[in-house]
Write a protein that binds this ligand. Structure first.
Ligand SMILES: [Zn+2]
Length: 153
């Protein structure tokens, strides 16, 4: 079944964009397979939910970036501390690694997968939205683009 990950509706016959199959999705899928609850749906984001999803994706990317920087700072601080103390403490390094790992894990609690359209495009032009199945002509059919104006010198 082809479902929208936001509203969990069947997108058959609707305009939708495919969710990129990434490591996180493959991980969850393998966990579900192990538990025997995998539904093996094809994941999409429907046209209606796309703008919201793009927002969520952007904020996920931001918090991921923030987490990477923060985890790096924690590690660097601990290393500096150890250097200043003049002796190597394994427990300090191990706990710094655990804290960094936890910081990196946090953004995934609100994970939003990438979809198969250029991230820079927002809102996406209808031309980039693939119809999942043949549909009646949509009112959102792509409008012919205006010719780019010549640049003034
Ligand atoms: Zn939806």
């Amino acid at each position: 079944m082809k479902i929208c990950i936001a509203c969990e509706k069947d997108v058959e016959g609707m305009r939708a964009v495919r969710v990129k199959d990434d490591r996180v999705i493959r991980f969850f899928r393998s966990v579900k397979k192990t538990l025997g609850i995998a539904r093996m749906n094809d994941l999409y984001v429907c046209e209606v939910d796309l703008p919201k999803h793009q927002e969520r994706r952007k904020s996920f990317e931001k918090s991921m970036l923030f987490a990477v920087v923060l985890a790096g700072i924690v590690l660097v601080l601990v290393v500096i501390m150890l250097l200043l103390a003049g002796r190597f403490e394994v427990w300090a390094l191990v706990s710094a690694l655990i804290i960094s790992g936890f910081i990196l894990l946090l953004p995934f609690f609100r994970y939003a997968p990438a979809v198969e359209i250029p991230a820079a495009v927002r809102p996406p032009p209808p031309a980039l939205l693939q119809a999942v199945a043949p549909v009646a002509p949509s009112p959102l059919a792509p409008v012919a683009k205006e010719k780019p104006k010549k640049r003034k010198r």
